[in-house]
Design a protein around this ligand. Structure first.
Ligand code: NDP
Length: 334
């Protein structure tokens, strides 16, 4: 068994030194458990928060413990009813080549679904985009939506659904290639490259041109310069589902507080700003699947993956993803 553990907690930016590759014997499943040979696991931005030990909505990873992640793989030994060798399953395997899990923590991947889709478009990230947009964003045809990290699994779901609901969709993405992908693959009406602007005001001008009627929904994935550029462009009664702020996850950088301006904008524009954590909403997962799986099957929703090869590549792929090195859902092929 090979696994990646948290070697130490980062102060500021994380590096590959904060991870360790460890090997051990492959464990046997106990009663009610199955042993899974992991084919792929997911790398997600939230994992950066779990490396720290500050207060959060979830427990941190203990130093020396395996980094947590959802994986997909094949059952190679089972002592659980309903699970047999060869079954393709998903569960919280961690950054590891093998995992022993109780049967109730494993879900069979339905026939006809590409296994890795359950890590992205049909899994937690896709669900996050769907839930945050529909339940918190409350989109209406004719409105304008802006979303950052627009070519990632959350942002691309948000953009494609919003387009289908009849909104004008504006992507914020890093680099010309990702902006082209946002327009050509995911159907955004316009794309703004956040790397192309040195100042908030230049970026705001570009967003203003991309959203001539103002912004009704800002689906917040990134924070940073994008948030500052967007805020004054929000329309009255605008909505901001606060999903993530990846620009501020890895080291806080030179965050400058603009608290009074922010607070005033929220009041004057009568805005609804609501944070959400998708883990509180699993009761809606079935509704998400019924809505989105048919759209994916019909090819109405596009999805892309970025596959890092080999478990040893996971730490660098993870750190790169936090800074925009991924194009599509970042996964690791064990
Ligand atoms: P992505 O695959 O899109 O990867 C993160 C992306 O963030 C990078 O590719 C990069 O895209 C972008 N990014 C990094 N730094 C900056 C920056 N300084 N300014 C603007 N963009 C930046 O991630 P996901 O789709 O998996 O997740 C998107 C967001 O959703 C994250 O904030 C994540 O934490 C959040 N999330 C929240 C959940 C919840 O329950 N609330 C659940 C799941 C995800 P680019 O190159 O285009 O800049």
């Amino acid at each position: 068994l090979r696994r990646i553990t948290l070697a130490s907690r980062p102060q500021g930016d994380a590096t590959t030194e904060h991870f360790a590759l460890e090997t051990s014997d492959i464990p046997e499943p106990g009663a009610g458990e199955a042993l899974v040979a992991v084919d792929h696991f997911s790398l997600d931005p939230y994992m950066r928060g779990r490396m720290d030990d500050g207060p959060s909505y979830a427990e941190p990873v203990a130093v020396g413990a395996t980094m947590g992640a959802q994986g997909v793989g094949r059952v190679i030994a089972s002592r659980a009813d309903g699970l047999s060798e060869g079954d393709v399953v998903t569960g919280m395997t961690g950054w590891a080549s093998h995992a022993v899990l109780p049967a109730e923590q494993l879900t069979k991947v339905p026939d006809g679904v590409p296994p890795t889709a359950v890590l992205g478009v049909l899994g937690m990230p896709g669900f996050t985009g769907w839930f945050g947009l529909t339940e918190i964003g409350k989109p209406k045809a004719g409105e304008t939506l802006v979303v950052g990290a627009a070519t990632g699994p959350v942002g691309s779901m948000v953009g494609q659904l919003a387009k289908a609901y009849g909104l004008r969709t504006v992507a914020v993405a890093g680099g010309a290639d990702k902006c082209e992908m946002a327009r050509e693959v995911y159907g955004f009406d316009a794309a703004v490259d956040h790397r192309a602007y040195g100042s908030v005001s230049e970026m705001r001008k570009a967003l203003d041109e991309a959203a001539p009627d103002g912004i009704d929904i800002y689906f917040e994935n990134v924070g940073g310069k994008t948030l500052e550029a967007v805020l004054p462009l929000m329309n009255t009664f605008g909505r901001i589902p606060v999903c993530g702020m990846v620009a501020w996850y890895d080291g806080a950088g030179d965050v400058q507080t603009t608290m009074p301006a922010l607070w005033r904008t929220l009041l004057v524009k009568r805005m609804a700003v609501q944070g959400f954590i998708i883990a509180d909403h699993w009761d809606r997962f079935g509704a998400f699947q019924s809505d989105v799986a048919p759209r994916v099957n019909k090819g109405e929703i596009e999805w892309r993956e970025d596959v890092a090869k080999g478990i040893e590549s996971a730490p660098q792929a993870f750190l790169d993803m936090l800074k925009g090195g991924n194009t599509g859902k970042q996964i690791v092929a064990v």
